[in-house]
Design a protein around this ligand. Structure first.
Ligand code: KIV
Length: 319
């Protein structure tokens, strides 16, 4: 039987009991599977996809189709986590009807349980309509990367009293509109705490200090896999980028040195089949060009050498 996924109600209970909520991004089947198996209750298919997976320098080029393509893989890779898919730039800013159409597509085609969109007061009406239509919505305020061109870069928000008050109003508006959680990105710790104390839904911080109800991080940032941008708030819990590069270099070197594959990593046919083929060879050779004949001679030599040491392997050994 399939495991039961985390629900928005479970998250609310965690927040009410003061249990920190961990959220992590994932973008495909293997990353989702690993996050799920590691017990992450909340997986975000973030539109950071555009930067850390697709190689754009912002999230702006990401499309609904991109999000659906990756969202589907994440849903397939996870069993227990609540999967949230980001609504990309341009998919909800044109009014709630447009947003509802795109959110419906995302929910139906990926099988995810929720969507996330950026903006506070300006997005509240849209959030309200999506929620009334049965779509759980996560809000996102503070640094909203889809507005990077307006904000002048990936910089901390809410540092002046006026900006801080606006962000508190944004959070309240989202909670009132029915958002079940709110991401707070790049805000001073004290503001993260003030907002968390003022709304009844979970706040999920990223660069918003330790007092939020939970934390979210980007897969590639915490695993040392994205060199283009290294956010100050992201702790590298592993240096997989270096490990992967080293492993791939070793692979290349072993191929070049003739050390990979070994006889043990190869597959063989039984002696009888080999004899039958060899019996046919003079006939087949008659049809081969000179170059093919040279290659064929090389192949027989390799097969003969490999067969000397190896046990037979059945096709079931192959992936
Ligand atoms: O797209 C994303 O990964 C996000 C996180 C940074 C919260 O929105």
């Amino acid at each position: 039987m399939m495991a039961k996924r985390t629900s928005v109600l479970n998250l609310q209970r965690m927040r009410d009991r003061g249990e920190p909520i961990t959220m992590l991004t994932a973008y495909d089947y293997p990353t989702a599977k690993m996050a799920d198996e590691a017990g992450i209750p909340l997986i975000l298919v973030g539109d950071t996809l555009g930067m850390v997976v697709l190689g754009y320098d912002s999230t702006i080029p990401v499309t609904v189709d991109d999000m659906i393509h990756h969202g589907k893989a994440v849903v397939r890779g996870s069993e227990r986590a609540l999967v949230v898919v980001d609504m990309p730039f341009g998919s909800y800013q044109g009014g709630w009807q447009d947003a509802l159409k795109n959110a419906t597509r995302i929910m139906q085609e990926t099988g995810c349980s929720s969507v996330k969109l950026e903006g506070g007061l300006r997005s509240a009406e849209t959030v309200k309509h999506l929620v009334e239509s049965g779509i759980p919505v996560m809000g996102h305020i503070g640094l909203t990367p889809q507005s990077v061109n307006q904000l002048g870069g990936f910089r901390v928000q809410g540092k002046t009293p006026r900006d801080a008050v606006h962000l508190i109003s944004d959070a309240k508006a989202l909670a009132e509109a029915g958002a079940y959680a709110i991401v707070l990105e790049l805000v001073p710790t004290v503001l993260g705490q003030m907002i968390t104390q003022r709304v009844k839904v979970p706040t999920i911080g990223i660069g918003a200090g330790p007092f939020c109800s939970g934390q979210v991080q980007v897969w590639h940032d915490i695993l040392g896999m994205y060199d283009a941008l290294k956010p100050h708030h992201a702790r590298p819990f592993a240096d997989l980028g270096t490990q992967i590069r080293n492993a791939i270099t070793t692979y290349r070197k072993q191929v070049e040195a003739g050390e990979f594959p070994t006889a043990d990593e190869s597959f063989y046919m039984d002696d009888h089949a080999q004899e039958l083929i060899k019996a046919q060879l003079p006939e087949l050779d008659g049809d081969l060009s000179d170059a093919q004949r040279v290659l064929a001679a090389h192949d027989y030599e390799l097969v003969a050498r490999a067969s000397e040491n190896a046990d037979e392997r059945s096709p079931a050994d192959a992936r």
